[in-house]
Design a protein. Structure first.
Length: 492
């Protein structure tokens, strides 16, 4: 069990790192090829597509949970009922989502009055094609749920990573050949279909020895529906924040500003994505410990402390690195003439994302202790407050107001407060575990205001600050490193 968790965590981390790296690297290249205004159009169209994938309604997670239970009990009838409910429900949702985008594209585009007539036609076409993308992605999620239930994270991550590589490289080729927003969406639809067929082949091979059939069960449908609903609320919150902000900025400030906004936040958002990867295995680990009647409080505390420090190390370390290297990063993304005016915006966004990314452990703690409602409510309230601040800031202060509005999402730090409480730990333990990196990060931010844009100097500062934070982590976790050393010696 433990080895399986470590192995699956490794697959997730490596594949996730590749996808994150590709996501970051492709942004400046696309901006250079397309231009910031056309990139803004692409951002609007893709944001609409991502928002509509909310129709997934948490069914993919429910599929993983319920299929796992059926496989564990070797309940073929129960498995047939689960797959009938999940596949049937997702097929209906996928169809409705595709039709809604095709029929409602013109109505959606009316939300963006600053677009010209030619721009409107482009985005309408892209959104209509996006209907196919949404439908395929939704069906793909059910298949991924089945793969996860069978513990085939290796195959799942290979297919998803290949899809990401194919999509990224293809988008660059399409853009270089003169393709724009519509053509980029067509390529996304094609790669999604190829990926769906790959997942179908995997799932078919996993289920080939099981005698399955259509089987409807009202009780199973209600159980799956209830679980899916709470996960949908949780996903709604994060998706509203990650894509709804672009729709607001695009509506209030136009395509050029939403292109700049998207480029900045797409990079800084990777702090949250990457910092969560190494601590994802905490969820099943905590669940196992909590369900144990003879729970070892010391072991529980050690796991939470280590995960908190790893999450803080990655989140604040990445944040500090991005801030120190901000002149170079911004210059890569934008033209020489606009570099200086965007550095401050980039640093503000980085600081916001770095701070709220420190709360991944609190999030998993709530899920592990079955406090899904609390977690979903915090995510939803955090997203709504952030979107309101983004709208207010963009309307009154322009792009800098929109960036500052992201601070509303810091309220999701409540997951740590409630998560620690659910584990019967004091919230001040979290501050005790992270006091050094928090103070260190604050000092890096202050130092950045005094540093010139000299790249060599900033590389030197970057190297020093990285060494300092790694030394802190090594000293704090020296007993764990000693255990690893003993383990390696014993193996020899």
């Amino acid at each position: 069990m433990k080895n399986s968790l470590l192995k699956n965590g490794f697959y997730n981390s490596v594949a996730g790192l590749i996808r994150i790296a590709l996501g970051i690297l492709i942004i400046p290249v696309l901006i250079r090829i397309l231009g910031i205004e056309e990139y803004g159009l692409w951002t609007l169209a893709s944001a609409v597509v991502v928002m509509v994938t909310l129709a997934e309604a948490g069914l993919s997670t429910a599929t993983t949970v319920f299929v796992s239970q059926d496989l564990g009990k070797k309940d073929v009838d129960g498995l047939s009922q689960t797959l009938t409910v999940t596949f049937g429900a997702m097929l209906i949702l996928a169809t409705l989502a595709a039709v809604a985008l095709w029929m409602g594209a013109e109505g959606i585009i009316n939300l963006f009055p600053k677009l010209g007539q030619e721009q409107q036609l482009k985005v309408i076409q892209a959104i209509q094609i996006g209907g196919l993308v949404v439908a395929v992605r939704l069906l793909q999620q059910i298949l991924v749920g089945v793969e996860q239930a069978h513990q085939r994270y290796d195959l799942m991550n290979v297919v998803n990573t290949m899809q990401c590589v194919l999509l990224s490289v293809g988008m660059l080729v399409v853009a270089t050949l003169g393709g724009r927003t519509v053509e980029l969406m067509q390529w996304q639809a094609l790669t999604s279909v190829v990926s769906l067929l790959s997942h179908i082949w995997i799932v078919r091979s996993l289920l080939k020895d099981i005698n399955l059939g259509l089987s409807w069960n009202q009780e199973k449908a209600m159980a799956v529906g209830g679980y899916s609903l709470m996960m949908w609320v949780d996903t709604l919150g994060s998706t509203l924040f990650s894509r709804g902000d672009r729709l607001i900025v695009g509506s209030l400030l136009g395509t050029q500003m939403v292109g700049v906004y998207a480029a900045i936040t797409d990079v800084t958002a990777q702090i949250n994505s990457f910092s969560a990867l190494p601590v994802q295995p905490l969820l099943p680990s905590l669940s196992n410990l909590i369900e144990d009647q003879d729970i070892n409080r010391h072991q529980l505390k050690q796991q939470v402390e280590q995960a908190t420090q790893i999450s803080g190390l990655v989140a604040l370390g990445m944040g500090a690195s991005l801030i120190t290297l901000s002149p170079l990063i911004v210059r890569i993304f934008f033209s020489q003439q606009t570099t200086s005016e965007y550095i401050t915006l980039f640093c503000i966004a980085t600081a916001i994302y770095a701070f709220y990314s420190c709360h991944a452990v609190g999030y998993y703690s709530l899920l592990a202790t079955k406090a899904v409602k609390t977690c979903a409510l915090i995510q939803l309230l955090g997203s709504l407050s952030s979107l309101l601040l983004i709208a207010f800031g963009a309307y009154n202060f322009g792009l800098i107001g929109a960036i500052l509005g992201n601070s509303g999402y810091l309220s999701t730090g409540l997951v740590t407060v409630f998560g620690m409480k659910r584990l019967s730990f004091s919230y001040f333990l979290w501050l005790k575990w992270l006091w050094f990196p928090l103070i260190w990060f604050f000092m890096i931010v202050l130092l950045n205001f005094q540093l010139p844009t000299d790249y060599i100097l900033r590389y030197i500062v970057f190297s020093i600050q990285t060494i300092v934070i790694l030394i802190w982590f090594a000293i704090t976790n020296k007993y764990r490193f000693s255990l690893i050393k003993k383990y390696i010696s014993a193996k020899k």
